[in-house]
Design a protein around this ligand. Structure first.
Ligand SMILES: *Cc1c(COP(=O)(O)O)cnc(C)c1O
Length: 383
């Protein structure tokens, strides 16, 4: 009997326990986890600092509602603001909710409705964020969609120049398209968005739900390029596996989100925020982030060396510990084979193998993963 909606194509794997970068299934088999709960468990599973913070908060109280003042919300917001160029934080429970808040705020602040996003983007599954997502397969069967979204090709400055005018409320973009194939945005393109937003009065929104919280070797991926977005959105890695999302915005936007304009019963839940506080205090350290960048470069290098003789591999791309191996053929069977052999990886689209190890992964574990990827022929297992 299966009492769940079949919304997920689940693997044949039931987890019994997890620690660091290792998952153990209900038959006692061990896996090296290069998925991290889809870029969520950035400190690995069951990081002691997160366990301590959550246990401490559990002893105090769990939930009271946003009718009360909250020290823990102030603390985590303070940490986010301190580590970014933004000034104010709204807490919610997921990436889609963070983007939903950003879209609502953009419309309210600018009093305009048109939003530009990009083909192959992913911004979430709610009506607003589904409409923002530039993939037909995500929209299919759910129409009519929320209106006034325009999808442009990613990394195409000319298309953007043509589309931008003063009717645009916002441009929403990922620094590296995650679900869309681990495709990095170019510095020129991202700077062009910022320039054109400034010129036309549109808000520049960066969706850092996947790229944020140290994943690319900076606290937030846009910091590689010295950009100054009006809004960024966070979720996945923020709570190390406890559900929490956040929208960060510039000071000028505060007035448009006054009392009664937006809200969430669970948003800013103290348990999730205790996890976020512990997570941020580890990840937002220069030495930690430098190490992520080093490990990312090492993994990319080792993969390049290991895969030189694999004709099907076209490119190894990405940023920090968010990497994709782009292939000429479908990689589903190959990814399944790796899983059977004890390495968990993801797919991004049909042809890209996506690697998202915990940021705390060791060099030995990286070597082990590369060896497994090398020892399984992609040609043999691709369609
Ligand atoms: C995962 C993801 C989302 C959606 O987050 P949920 O928590 O699943 O709602 C939005 N944007 C990006 C870039 C993502 O990777």
């Amino acid at each position: 009997m299966d009492a769940l909606f079949p919304t997920y194509a689940r693997w044949d794997l039931t987890v019994e326990s997890a620690e660091g970068a290792i998952i153990v299934d209900n038959k006692g088999k061990k896996y090296l986890d290069f998925v991290s709960g889809i870029a969520v468990c950035n400190l690995g599973h069951r990081h002691p600092a997160v366990i301590d913070a959550v246990e401490e908060q559990l002893k105090k109280y769990w939930h009271v509602s946003n009718l009360f003042k909250s020290d823990i919300q102030q603390e985590v917001a303070g940490k986010l603001v301190e580590n970014s160029e933004l000034d104010a934080v709204f807490f919610c429970n997921s990436g889609a909710e963070a983007n939903e808040a950003a879209l609502k705020l953009a419309r309210k602040y600018t009093q305009k409705s048109k939003v530009i996003t990009f083909l192959q983007s992913f911004h979430g599954r709610t009506f607003g964020t589904m409409a923002a997502t530039g993939q037909d397969k995500i929209h299919s069967g759910f129409g009519p969609l929320l209106q006034e979204f325009v999808y442009l090709p990613y990394n195409d400055c000319e298309a953007l120049e043509e589309a931008m005018d003063d009717s645009v409320a916002a441009v929403m973009v990922e620094v590296v398209q995650g679900e869309g194939g681990v495709v990095p945005g170019t510095e020129t393109f991202l700077k062009k968005i910022q320039e054109l937003c400034e010129k036309s009065g549109a808000l520049f929104i960066i969706d850092e739900v996947q790229t944020g919280i140290g994943r690319t070797g900076r606290a937030f991926a846009h910091q590689h390029f010295n950009l100054s977005p009006d809004i960024i959105t966070l979720a996945k890695g923020l709570g190390s596996g406890l559900p929490v999302g956040a929208m960060l915005g510039k000071e000028k936007l505060k007035e448009a989100f006054g009392p009664g304009s937006h809200g969430s019963t669970f948003g800013g839940n103290p348990i999730s925020l205790a996890a976020a506080k512990a997570t941020l205090s580890i990840i937002c350290q220069d030495e930690f982030l430098a190490e992520v960048e080093k490990k990312g470069a090492y993994l990319k290098d080792e993969l390049s060396k290991a895969l030189t003789d694999q004709d099907l591999v076209t490119e190894i791309r990405g940023s920090g510990l968010m990497l994709g191996i782009a292939c000429k053929a479908e990689v589903t069977a190959y990814v399944t084979k790796l899983r059977e052999n004890g390495l968990l990886v993801l797919q991004a689209g049909p042809n890209v193998i996506r690697l998202l190890p915990p940021l705390t992964v060791s060099y030995e574990q990286i070597d082990e993963a590369v060896k497994m990827i090398k020892n399984n022929s992609i040609v043999e297992y691709s369609a």
